[in-house]
Design a protein around this ligand. Structure first.
Ligand code: C2O
Ligand code: CU
Length: 468
């Protein structure tokens, strides 16, 4: 009788495969991640070497005028690094800027020492100095790179580039196109306004510019043929601006968010592309478009739309091969995660003080800068399921970004959310509470911060450690 009762309870609790101890709900959620996200890199032995130099440059980016920028290899966006999953990326980096810098590989699960966080994972690269980054990505997808030193200035001046890790067999899109979205705050001489982290930026949603560019220009056009099936990768490299791109006359399907494929393609709808976020779209060009030229417009603030680019459809191309959407990843639902207690809650707010007069805090703590960082605010065990809660006590926007791990959004204001994808950055709205779930798979000391770079610079940044 007792034995029968035990069997019954064990069945209710769910048994770990083969074991006789009941499996905890958190252990079950952690197990569901198996096979969804690679635990380790599988290097094929191919090494792809790139040389990158950061230096001041003058480029005809906006209205043909000479804009003084800081650039990787003399271009904004910097060079597009395109490798295959399994390739080892080697970047020989040289700093020709008047400031120290580093390269951080946003969204890439790198060995901790390659994460580009000054004073935490490496010394900053001094002017004239160099550093070699070398790692084998574990995931295919759209990633990017940017400095992690004075990012609110260095990224704003033009330092960013895209890293594409292609699938071992890339799906046969007619074309694979990248659009990097950025905005620029220019002064009356049409140069980058050279005061950074102003009280205005800090009290609001960071630095929003007066010119929006796609791939560093204001007149980007995607020339396509009717019937063509194109993969369009979007990246928001802005300091603070959020975009909700709308493709009138087209029907884009989201196939990947922040690099990783979705469980199934979903229509674009309204997607808020916050700083740091990437979005891969699958677009089949209509054979008989309503108009030859279709505008792509940012509708984040419907009353202040921004023209981003145009899609121009000319004639019909050879019929695109029809193939299944690559968005068929295994994404555990984790809907039962909301029954598991919150591992740690972070409250976010601003206050007077700090180097800029206003500082942004996690639980009342402002990050003292990379060089003076204290102990991690959170320690996690590798492989354990974790639920984090962020409570926005402020009226501002905060895209929360974690290094070294993907996570899933579980709830907004306590209402369950079941996005069929992982993220590395999620936008938190004014006064909103969000819950995220994750299983850290990569040991090390990682950063968690707001990707509004002015908020991060003014303290909204912390270290967390993954042990094991
Ligand atoms: Cu793009 Cu620390 O981040
Ligand atoms: Cu913020």
């Amino acid at each position: 009788m007792l034995q029968l009762l035990f069997v019954g309870l064990a069945a209710l609790a769910g048994l770990a495969g083969g074991g006789c101890r009941p499996e905890s709900p958190a252990a079950r959620l952690a197990r569901e991640l198996k096979g969804a996200i690679a635990e380790r890199a599988k290097p094929t032995g191919t090494v792809r070497t790139f040389d990158i130099e950061a230096a001041p440059a003058e480029l005809p980016l906006i209205e043909g005028g000479k804009l003084r920028v800081w650039a990787y290899n003399g271009r904004v966006p910097g060079p597009e690094l395109r490798i295959r999953l399994g390739d080892t990326l080697r970047v020989r980096f040289t700093n020709r800027l008047p400031q120290p810098t580093t390269i951080h590989w946003h969204g890439v699960r790198v060995p901790n020492a390659m994460d580009g966080v000054p004073h935490v994972t490496q010394p900053p690269v001094e002017p004239g100095g160099s550093f070699t980054y070398e790692f084998t990505p574990k995931d295919a997808g759209t990633f990017w790179f940017h400095p992690h030193v004075r990012s609110s200035e260095q990224v704003e001046r033009g330092l960013y580039g895209v890293l594409i890790v292609e699938d071992p067999t890339p799906p046969p899109y007619a074309r694979d196109v990248v659009w990097v979205l950025d905005d620029w705050l220019l002064d009356e001489t049409r140069q980058v306004f050279d005061r950074f982290n102003t009280p205005h930026d800090l009290m609001h949603d960071g630095r929003w510019g007066n010119f929006v560019t796609v791939n560093g220009r204001t007149d980007t056009t995607l020339a396509a043929r009717g019937g063509e099936r194109i993969r369009l990768r979007l990246l928001n490299a802005s300091n603070g601006r959020i975009y909700a791109p709308e493709f009138a006359g087209l029907d884009p399907q989201i196939i990947a968010v922040d690099g990783l494929y979705l469980a199934r393609p979903i229509p674009l709808g309204r997607f808020e592309l916050a700083p740091g976020n990437r979005l891969d779209l699958d677009i089949t060009m209509p054979a008989a478009p309503a108009s030859r030229s279709l505008a792509v417009v940012d509708q984040f603030y419907a009353e202040r739309p921004n023209h981003l680019a145009d899609v121009v459809i000319d004639g019909t191309g050879p019929r695109a091969p029809s193939f299944a959407s690559p968005a068929r990843a295994r994404v555990p639902s984790w809907s039962t995660g909301l029954q598991i207690p919150v591992t740690k809650e972070f409250r976010i707010d601003a206050r007077r003080g700090g180097d800029y007069g206003i500082e942004w805090t996690f639980n009342g703590v402002a990050f003292a800068g990379h060089e003076h960082h204290g102990p991690p605010m959170l320690t996690l065990e590798r492989g354990g399921w974790v639920r984090l809660r962020f409570v926005n006590d402020s009226f501002r926007l905060h895209p929360i970004h974690l290094h070294g791990t993907f996570f899933r959004l579980l709830a907004r204001n306590g209402v369950p959310v079941d996005e069929p994808f992982f993220r590395d950055t999620v936008l938190m709205h004014s006064k909103e509470t969000i819950d995220i779930g994750l299983v850290p798979l990569d040991a090390g000391k990682w950063m968690m911060h707001c990707h509004i770079l002015e908020h991060a610079e003014a303290g909204m940044m912390m270290l967390f450690e993954v042990r094991g």
